[in-house]
Structures are given as structure tokens and as C-alpha cells.
Ligand binder design. Sequence first.
Ligand code: CIR
Length: 253
Amino acid sequence: MFKYAIVRKPCKALIDGLSEANLGKPDYDKALLQHADYINALNECGLDVKILEALDDYPDSCFVEDVALMTPNCAIITRPGAPSRRGEVEFIKEAVFQFYKKVEEIKGPGLLEAGDIMMVGNHYYIGLSNRTNQEGANQLIAILEKYGMSGSVVEMSEMLHLKTGLGYLENNILLACGEFIRKPEFQSFNMIKINEKQSYSANSVWINGTVLVPKGFPETVKLIKEAGYKIREVDVSEFRKLDGGLSCLSLRF
Ligand code: CIR
């Protein structure tokens, strides 16, 4: 069960955020409304949400998931692979220290964005993407082992982040699309396969028994409902334009 979430309000520079989606620029006012509803959804799942102020110098700073990993035993400040995002870590530290006594950091030349990390119980899968390198993964695995947890790397080539195409719904149930469907390391999960057209909805998020699903993916909603979960749809169309999804917008712990 999760108790808390940390989010950061989108800044005006959001419209200049990194993007390969080719869906146009986000509408800032709409993004603010969607962000507010996202916070409502977190509250509905029983989370106490800490809302950080917008950071105008960092267009992508509302995607807080990438700058820290919150485990039950310690928090880890990451070192984003995207140069324009590296400075965001300095601004998440204060909030992280409010919740954790044990805080570790990924150091150069390690690169790691926590959108590349998927927690399954005590184990953390780490995607080797354009944002996360082997050195970053090695450092993270050493930190996890120090605190009684474990990690392993996942090779990937098609997606921005590991969780762009994977979502763990607990109870051994895994949402997967694209290259992840065939990976040997995921074959022991009960896999809910998401087709290419619905691939954005693979980034759905389990929170205390409810699954947040991006609005507009009825087939995925049906599959997740059939697996026995309650659904809360959230419209994140403006964040999708920047390759961001439901998981990226919060740290949950
Ligand atoms: C970026 O490219 O870094 C942002 N525009 C999107 C980050 C999405 N974060 C995530 O998947 N964890």
C-alpha cells in the first residue's frame, strides 16, 4: 500500500518540454486542469499528496517520477540522462528528505531516470534506455542490495522509458506492450497484452487496489476490469504530447 505522493505543478515552459510524440504542443491551461484532476485521483486512492511549486526553468519538471526512486527502505536521487532535466534533482531533494532519513544518490558518469524503473515487490527492473546507462543501473543495484532489495537490467530499444510500455498491477499481473511482450524475464507474469494502438495505456498505475488508466482506451479498461480491478480514468492528453504518462506525474510511496 502507498501512503504518500509527491507531484509538481506544471510550469508555463511546459509547452517547450522534450517531445518525440509529434502530437503538437500542450495547452498549458488544459494541462493545469488535467493535473488538478490527477491529484484528485491520487487523493481518491487514499494518498496524501504533497504538491511542489512549478519550476519555471525546467519545462519537464512536472514529470517528478524521473528524478527520484522511493523504496520502502530508502530514497534514491537519480541523475537524468536528458541534459535539460539534470538540474531538476536539486529541487526534489528537500521534499524527499521530508519523508526519508536514508537518501542515496546516483553519481556521474551514471545516468538514471526512474521512469526506467519498475518495482515488483522487493525487486526493481531497470530499463537500459537512452536516459539510463549501465553505470547508473550498476550503482542503483548496489544501493538496492545494501538495503536488502535487488535489481536487474532490461535491454530495450523501442521506447522512451521502461514504464512507457510496462505497468505492474501487483498480484503478478503485468501490463505490457511492444518489445516487452516477448522478453524472457516477463514470461512468468500473468501478462495483459496491450496492442500497438492502445500502447499509451500500458502506462497505467496501480494505487492501493485502483488502477489509474489514461482516458480514451476502452479496450485496456475492459481488460483491467476483467482482471478484477477498480478503474479511475484520468485525462492526460496534454502530458502525452510530451511523452509523459500517468506514472511520470508522481512519486508514490
Ligand atoms: C521527457 O522527455 O523527459 C519528458 N518530456 C517526459 C518524461 C516522461 N517520464 C516518464 O516516462 N517517466
